[in-house]
Design a protein around this ligand. Structure first.
Ligand code: ACO
Length: 421
């Protein structure tokens, strides 16, 4: 028995058991000695894994990938460098980074049949719905992706996903606009190629380095966030040993929800509805009276200012210096100001989260509101893949299959249809 233990006395029977504590946790399976399960809907106090990827201290507002503070990565690292860090556990050397960038560059093309099923979507199909289907469908193009026990195959699928995701994401954008698909250009870097595939018209697009770096920082800020809802979906579905394209599409589905990735879209709709700064107090009162939530506020883990939201505010300054001020920024700043002084929000520790300002920036860059979550998904992709890899290499993991507390009927007798009243 380790030094740290917990003694539990079952007052129904007087039985006492001593169970080990490790890393501030007890094993739920140790409760079986007492014939008990733990009940934790929505995982409020349950760790589903050990993980060495991302550290969050929600009270102190700290976020680190593999030990590196998010502030330093946002300032210095490229998105592909950050992805390597998440996958490999360390920052790449120059040679490693160049080889990784080249590897990704050589896999950016997707089978042209993908354009045919994108064409099958209605013109107003939601971009996340299209992304979800197209990424899941990649598994049918790469049947070798089923070899999830093969380290080299897993590495190849990671490269494929990182390389083809921007192509599909850009094509989803083109489909929504009724524009012809632009194919990847190998002379451009990762971000430059993605932006070109989305915005090129008539063979031309004038790159704006400030906006491209701002987009890159946003992707770095979204790259991982430990066991969030979409990562949990990737791990949960991946635990069945399905291929990574299918597991990642489960993450995309989870991200689509307005309580998760689509909150950035919901923020913009909310700002549109408010319309003017003068109407901000009215919305705050409505939220306090239980009519809806202040979108882009609150977080399951952060009970102080989301460190990513702080960094995003700085990115917003750079972007708006290029594009001119987004008039909705004024409404957002006023909302934040009032909410941070209001007892309702202060007592519940509700602060702006990563999504509160990101939508305003995406809009200024020229992305439509319903496309914002696609950008979030592109950013989160390396996190999903790193967590998927960690899950598969973890001997403690098995198929994720929770238990339940049954609350239904006792056994009943089947009544034939003719005899039912
Ligand atoms: N506006 C108003 N009240 C809120 C908000 C909000 N945005 N968020 C939480 N609350 C209130 C709840 O009503 C509850 O109040 P009560 O104790 O009086 O009932 C209390 O704060 C606690 O809320 P929970 O729902 O228990 O908190 P939980 O941790 O389950 O939810 C969540 C976290 C989903 C992020 C929530 O804060 C929310 O809905 N926020 C708005 C949506 C959003 O911005 N999501 C993006 C999250 S970040 C991301 O996914 C990248």
């Amino acid at each position: 028995m380790p030094d740290e233990t917990l003694t539990i006395r079952d007052n129904r029977t007087g039985t006492e058991v001593e169970i080990p504590i490790s890393d501030g946790t007890i094993h739920a399976t140790d409760l079986r000695q007492l014939g008990l399960m733990s009940y934790d809907p929505a995982f409020l106090n349950t760790a589903s894994t050990r993980s060495g990827i991302t550290y969050i201290d929600g009270d102190a507002g700290i976020l680190r990938y593999r030990g590196y503070p998010i502030e330093q990565l946002a300032e210095h690292a490229s998105f592909l460098e950050t992805a390597w860090l998440l996958f490999e556990g360390e920052l790449p050397t120059r040679e490693q980074l160049e080889a990784w960038e080249e590897d990704v560059r050589l896999h950016t093309y997707v089978h042209t049949n993908v354009t045919q099923f994108l064409d099958g979507f209605r013109h107003d199909a939601h971009p996340m719905g299209m992304l979800l289907r197209a990424v899941a469908a990649l598994s049918t193009f790469y049947p070798d992706a089923k070899e999830i026990g093969d380290v080299e195959s897993r590495r190849l699928q990671r490269v494929r996903l990182m390389a083809k995701f921007p192509t599909i994401a850009a094509w989803v954008f083109r489909h929504s606009r009724g524009l012809p698909y632009v194919f990847p250009r190998n002379d451009l870097d990762y971000i430059g190629n993605f932006v070109n595939m989305t915005f090129e018209i008539g063979g031309r697009h004038e790159p704006n380095p400030v906006l491209q770096r701002a987009l890159e920082i946003l992707l770095v800020l979204h790259a991982d966030h430990e066991q969030n809802a979409s990562t949990n979906a990737v791990r949960g579905v991946g635990s069945t040993q399905v291929d990574p394209f299918s597991a990642v599409s489960a993450g995309i589905a989870a991200l689509y929800g307005p309580l998760h990735g689509s909150a950035n879209e919901a923020v913009l709709r909310m700002l549109d509805e408010i319309g003017t700064v003068e109407r901000v107090p009215e919305l705050i009162e409505a939220v306090k009276a239980g009519h809806g939530r202040l979108m882009g506020f609150g977080h399951r883990v952060y009970k102080s200012y989301d460190p990513r939201a702080k960094l995003i505010k700085r990115v917003a300054d750079d972007v708006f210096a290029q594009t001119g001020l987004n008039p909705k920024l004024e409404i957002a700043l006023e909302l934040e100001r009032i909410a941070l002084e209001d007892e309702y929000f202060v007592s519940r520790k509700l602060y702006p989260n990563v999504d509160f300002y990101s939508g305003l920036i995406y809009q200024a860059m020229g992305y439509p509101t319903d496309y914002f979550t696609v950008l979030f998904a592109l950013g989160r992709l390396p996190g999903w893949l790193a967590q998927w890899e960690e899950m598969l290499s973890d001997p403690e993991q098995k198929i994720a299959r929770p238990r339940q507390v049954y609350t239904g009927y006792d056994e009943g007798e089947f009544v034939p249809l003719a005899q039912r009243g």
